[in-house]
Design a protein around this ligand. Structure first.
Ligand SMILES: Cc1cc2nc3c(=O)[nH]c(=O)nc-3n(C[C@H](O)[C@H](O)[C@H](O)COP(=O)(O)O)c2cc1C
Length: 417
């Protein structure tokens, strides 16, 4: 029976174990997790989402506090357009986050950064340009363009000295999205180095509508593969979403995938940035508790545990401190929903919002428990302690289980280990 280890992913001069640990913002896929994947010969992702928060926490900077001090005057104002990001500081924070990670990299694998277009930051084009370029300056091995069509992203970096050396990939959920992207990126005379094909069972935001359950990752992958072959384009394909065992991964590799991207299994590892009690909530989740809803202010459907603190919270919008989802005109769907409720309710009554959530505040606090569809199966991957809690796993254990297990088998941690 074949195992993932029987395959290799070739990316330029690199020969890699074909396992990619997907980006999970905000600091859920930590540097430590990405570095483990790279040490073991695969690819790990960090994320540049809310990078100021991440560096404040890890490297004792105070970007968020300073930003809040600067825009404090605007806190009561529903118009958030004044709360712009300082591009110099954004570059500095990104270089710090990426640079420190790359300095610590060991082993034959690669570290990429997940860069979401939907993080519009009150000035979508300029902030995206700075994020991409600063990551390249700081030596990132690759950039995965996520959460958006990224039609202008290559153009933002085509004059960067590393444009042809850094690995560039895009996440798509349909052939149509890929075709549109490739048409535009061709203007930069550069193809992506890899394409992540993300299906409807993934965690985080989804590239599908309310009918997500009608789509099938194998079918989307086959369609994209056939089209690329017809166009004589040889670009590695990396399916993602619901690949829970080494056996699932082999199914895709046998059908021509170059690697697989996985994430959910790593949410219960020591290296994952979620607090331990949230990791236990993931272990304990049942299938019924996992939902795809529309409460993300990005407008994309998002999968999460329905009982997480982010659902039905009425936290005051924190755009002066954060503001990552403000669009180019300073609007955020949550900030608007909050103003609507505040205006409707009598003075002093607690605001609660059910149709949107303050993603910045809740992701920052690890209170928005976004997760993959198969989170309810995590309990199959570990053992219970005497106290009833599940034992956290090492990223190495999960990585090696994907790499070496056969069939649908899942290797449990050694008892007492
Ligand atoms: C907790 C969590 C957070 C995620 N956050 C992001 C993100 O910030 N950006 C992104 O492009 N994908 C994100 N994803 C999607 C993963 O990178 C990955 O493609 C997908 O979840 C793989 O499917 P699996 O979780 O079933 O293995 C997230 C997934 C999870 C589980």
């Amino acid at each position: 029976m074949k195992r993932v280890d029987d395959y290799r992913l070739r990316l330029g001069s690199h020969e890699l174990v074909p396992i990619v640990v997907g980006g999970m913002g905000v600091d859920i896929s930590t540097s430590a997790l990405a570095l483990e994947a790279a040490r073991l010969g695969g690819i790990g992702h960090i994320s540049d989402a809310m990078v100021h928060t991440v560096t404040d926490r890890r490297y004792h900077t105070h970007y968020v506090k300073d930003r809040l001090r600067q825009y404090k005057f605007n806190v009561g104002n529903p118009d958030k357009s004044a709360a712009r990001f300082d591009l110099g500081l954004l570059a500095e924070a990104t270089r710090l986050h990426v640079g420190k990670t790359m300095e610590a990299k060991r082993g034959p694998g690669l570290v990429f950064v997940n860069c979401m277009e939907k993080l519009t930051m009150n000035s979508p084009r300029e902030t995206l340009r700075v994020r991409l370029r600063a990551a390249m300056d700081a030596g990132i091995d690759g950039i995965t363009l996520a959460a958006g069509l990224h039609l202008g992203s290559f153009a933002l970096i085509q004059d960067h000295p590393r444009f042809r050396d850094v690995k560039l990939g895009i996440i798509v959920s349909s052939l149509r999205a890929l075709q549109i992207f490739l048409k535009r990126s061709a203007r930069s005379a550069r193809m992506p180095d890899y394409i992540v094909v993300e299906g409807p069972l993934a965690g985080g935001h989804l590239g599908f509508g309310a009918d997500w359950a009608q789509y099938d990752l194998h079918a989307i992958l086959a369609e994209i593969r056939a089209w690329l072959a017809a166009e004589r384009l040889d670009i590695p394909l990396v399916p993602a979403g619901g690949i829970f065992t080494g056996g699932d991964a082999v199914d895709f590799l046998e059908k021509g995938a170059a690697a697989v991207q996985v994430a959910t299994r790593f949410t219960v590892t020591h290296e994952c940035g979620l607090p331990d009690d949230v990791k236990q909530a993931y272990f304990q989740a049942t299938e019924e508790q996992i939902e795809v809803n529309d409460i993300s202010p990005t407008g994309y459907p998002m999968r999460m545990l329905r009982r997480c603190p982010a659902v039905g919270s009425g936290v005051r919008p924190n755009c002066e401190a954060f503001g990552y989802l403000l669009d180019g005109a300073g609007h955020c769907q949550y900030a608007e929903a909050w103003e609507r409720e505040r205006a409707r309710l009598p003075e002093g009554q607690k605001v609660r919002i059910w149709d949107k959530t303050c993603l910045c505040t809740h992701m920052r606090n690890f209170d928005c428990w976004t997760c993959g569809h198969y989170t309810w199966r995590l309990k199959e991957t570990s053992l219970r302690d005497m106290g009833g809690g599940y034992r956290l796993l090492s990223a190495e254990h999960v990585f090696r289980d994907y790499q070496y297990s056969a069939g649908g088998k899942i290797e449990l941690p050694a008892p007492g280990a």
